[in-house]
Design a protein around this ligand. Structure first.
Ligand SMILES: [Zn+2]
Ligand SMILES: [Zn+2]
Length: 387
């Protein structure tokens, strides 16, 4: 296997010790330089998501500082710990899955690709960016409009709060539910580009989970922002099945799923039927029982299949995502889940955190943001192919 071209450390204007932390910070907002984040093989792609954990935690502290300065309620400790526990759950899943959900992508690329795009071209890099985001839109939309996929994705929507910690509240099985939607990309886009942008796309979606940022002006036209994503997390009628975008919001505008936030209408976050639980084990799996119960309640195999593959609100004789008149109009309500913080959470976070820190990324080696030398980065079209 050929090695990537070795170039000196990133030419960040600040340079020195701050270069790598600033690069890590930029990755949280998809502010990355293509020539510094292009890799030839999947094995060379850093595990950016794991490297981001210090930023996740620092941003959560910063968000609460802003809330405190604005005299607004801080994030609830019990709810935030539950969210972070889900994030650690997802990380621990890698111990078992080892990136196997990417095996099919690599297999299709190696055996059935239609084109050989130059791996060190900016065009390939940007094509991968747009391709991953386009596929994410459809993965996410399917996760809301296919009952069995919603049974997993609902974890992300199970908080009645909206803060940065919610960005870490992910389903353990999410990767397995969505990988099929990315496979068409394997006909064209090299696996290393896919793995790189899938991580950047996910990282970008962390910071948009906040109420501390109101509006970003003209950027709201193109990018997914806190304003747009607050609508996605609302369970008000106008919010349901809206704003699926990951990095770009243009897909929602194009495919008719965009909704503008209504500042005068209080957004009610969470599930339509919230669970009185902070137990992450329970929240990860409880909804699958609802799918089974719905299948059992249906008459005829056609309706039983529909109960699995159509939307959560679907009923016989109704449209795929259910009829508007059948949906429940939520209004401001007291939070369903107000349990106290239990001691086992600190134990839980500590044990799983230890497990996570020993995990090796499935497609490469484990590194922290501070140890990586950036030597896999390449300059575009610089005549060095790294052989
Ligand atoms: Zn969603
Ligand atoms: Zn979200």
């Amino acid at each position: 296997m050929a090695n990537a071209t070795v170039l000196p450390l990133p030419r960040h204007p600040v340079g020195g010790l701050l270069a790598q932390p600033l690069e890590g910070l930029g990755r949280m907002f998809y502010m990355v330089e293509p020539e510094l984040t292009t890799y030839k093989t999947p094995e060379e792609v850093p595990f950016f998501f794991r490297q981001a954990w210090p930023y996740f935690l620092a941003f959560i502290v910063l968000e609460n500082l802003v809330l405190w300065l604005e005299h607004k309620p801080l994030s609830r400790l019990n709810d935030s710990l539950t969210s972070i526990s889900h994030g650690i759950f997802q990380e621990c899943g890698r111990l078992v899955f080892r990136g196997a959900e990417h095996w099919m992508y690599i297999y299709i690329y190696e055996n059935f690709r239609l084109a050989e795009l130059p791996w060190d071209s900016a065009i390939t890099w940007y094509l991968a960016l747009v391709g991953v985001d386009f596929c994410y839109y459809w993965v996410h939309r399917a996760s809301h409009e296919v009952h069995i996929l919603w049974a997993q994705h609902q974890v992300h929507h199970s908080s009645e709060d909206y803060n940065l910690a919610v960005g870490l509240r992910q389903s353990l099985l999410q990767g397995w539910c969505g990988f099929v939607f990315y496979l068409p990309m394997a006909l064209i886009v090299p696996p290393a580009h896919f793995l790189t942008h899938q991580q950047f796309n996910l990282l970008y979606q962390f910071w948009i989970h906040t109420e501390t940022v109101q509006t970003l002006g003209p950027l709201e036209w193109v990018f997914n922002t806190p304003k747009h994503h607050r609508v996605h997390h609302g369970s008000n009628l106008y919010c349901l099945d809206k704003n699926y975008g990951g990095f770009l919001i243009i897909w929602d505008r194009l495919f008719g799923t965009f909704a503008e936030e209504r500042p005068k209408e209080e957004t009610v976050y969470g599930l339509v039927f919230n669970q009185p639980s902070f137990n992450p084990f329970y929240l990860q799996i409880f909804y699958n029982k609802n799918v089974i119960n719905k299948v059992r309640a249906m008459n005829g195999w056609k309706n039983k299949v529909s109960a699995v593959v159509k939307g959560p609100s679907w009923l016989p004789g109704r449209p795929w995502t259910g009829a508007e008149e059948d949906k429940i109009d939520v209004s401001r309500k007291a939070r369903t889940c107000t349990l106290g913080t239990r001691p086992y959470y600190s134990f839980f976070v500590r044990v799983l955190g230890t497990l996570t820190s020993t995990a090796t990324p499935p497609w490469g080696r484990s590194e922290t943001p501070w140890t990586r030398g950036g030597t896999n980065n390449v300059g575009f079209q610089n005549g060095q192919d790294g052989n």
